[in-house]
Design a protein around this ligand. Structure first.
Ligand code: TYM
Length: 376
């Protein structure tokens, strides 16, 4: 029997090459071998404020992207999450078997909200001075100390309090809805980028917990994270992942960007001053990111690329990376133009998809309700 695959993308921003190379391209490449369900997770998108019109636009846009990238509705089912009410219903049940402490530890929540010492908070002034004076190990210890001190301060308490006032409970609960998405379809494999690993792991924990309590209710899924492409980094700050939510447009390449824009973005990509094209994530994050992008885009191994560019300068290399990405996106953009003219077709694919997955979703939900003792 074919393995069951489930994955999803949030319509919370325009898709970028990180989404494509980290996730979608792998779905397309293994489409034949699996029984695939792909979802546009609009319920996840509303965990942060959304403009209703833009959200609808992006939901359709995401569907066009999936199709243009090569998801074939004859081989894979594609639908919008909110079209299947079973996702929310299962999420509620799973909520009651998920612990507050577990959710509090989810890094994505911490990153997005800045609650705890996340990205949105800067360390107190002293950190700048410290960085130059100590080695890594000492620095970690010192940062821990500062963190503890900082968390004890009134400023931290006030800032955190303010944050909490404007963060939805949905954002906190986001991984449980994701667990519901996955478990609803008896999923064996979840192909995602590196950043979603923790969410698939919590899904496994919740599934196992319920299975231990009530007998085998759920299939326990495995995350599938390809080494290459799993973490495409920002072009302007290669120590951060490429993200739709980034305020700096030069940090990402969108699937709809034209050739000129792509050349410009890569030309501005942050590198180092060494002028040596070698993969070294720690010492040369910028060049390593570009090598990684080129490697996945062209399906060429990184050592081969290092050899090819042994005598090139960064300018030439960046232009070539841009060229590869432009070539990779050309057929996708041509198909996008086709779907732009035939949105009714795209809507129909989504509607048919939601109907096609209904029996599976309903069957799972019935099984869970029975196991837990809901209804008569
Ligand atoms: P989202 O919408 O943030 O991202 C969609 C997919 O793209 C991957 N990705 C990346 N991969 C490599 N490099 C990057 N810079 C990069 N940025 C994003 C993500 O890992 C993801 O695979 N919570 C999910 C959506 C979701 C889901 C699910 C996924 C909801 N339910 C069930 C799988 C199964 C999310 O926010 O993805």
């Amino acid at each position: 029997m074919k393995k069951r695959v489930f994955s999803g993308v949030q319509p919370s921003g325009d898709l970028h090459i990180g989404n494509y190379l980290g996730a979608i391209v792998n779905w397309v490449r293994s489409q034949e071998e699996h029984d695939n369900v792909f979802c546009i997770v609009d319920l996840h998108a509303i965990t942060v404020p959304q403009d209703p019109k833009i959200l609808k636009h992006r939901t359709l846009e995401n569907a066009k992207m999936y199709l243009a990238a090569g998801i074939d509705p004859k081989k894979s089912t594609l639908f919008v999450q909110s079209d299947r009410p079973e996702h929310s219903e299962l999420a509620w049940i799973l909520n009651c078997f998920t612990y507050f402490g577990e959710m509090k530890r989810m890094t994505q929540f911490k990153d997005k909200t800045g609650i705890q010492l996340g990205r949105n908070f800067t360390l107190p002034d002293t950190s700048d001075r410290l960085i130059s004076n100590y080695d890594n190990k000492q620095l970690i210890a010192i940062i821990r100390e500062i963190e503890a001190e900082w968390k004890n301060s009134d400023t931290w308490r006030i800032q955190n309090k303010r944050k909490e006032e404007s963060i939805s409970v949905g954002l906190f609960d986001y991984p449980v809805l994701m667990a519901a998405d996955i478990l609803l379809y008896d999923t064996d494999e979840v192909p995602v980028g590196d950043d979603q690993k923790q969410h698939v792991e919590i899904t496994r924990d919740i599934a196992q917990r319920i299975n231990n309590k009530f007998g085998k209710v759920f299939t326990v899924p495995e995350p599938v994270i390809k080494k290459e492409g799993a973490r495409i980094m920002s072009l302007t700050d290669p120590t951060k992942k490429m993200a739709k939510s980034d305020q700096n447009e030069n940090s990402y390449v969108l699937l709809r960007d034209d050739a000129d824009t792509i050349y410009k973005k890569f030309a501005k990509a942050q590198t180092d001053s060494e002028n040596v094209i070698k993969f070294n994530k720690e010492k040369k994050p910028g060049i390593s990111n570009l090598l990684n992008i080129m490697s996945v885009a062209t399906e060429t191994k990184i050592p081969e690329l290092e050899k090819k560019y042994a005598n090139s300068n960064y300018g030439q290399f960046k232009a070539d990376v841009a060229e590869c990405v432009i070539e990779m996106l050309k057929p996708i953009q041509a198909k996008l133009a086709k779907y732009d003219k035939d949105e009714d077709y795209v809507r129909k694919v989504l509607k048919d998809g939601a109907e096609a997955v209904a029996p599976r979703a309903q069957e799972t939900l019935k099984r869970v309700k029975k196991a837990v003792g809901l209804g008569l």
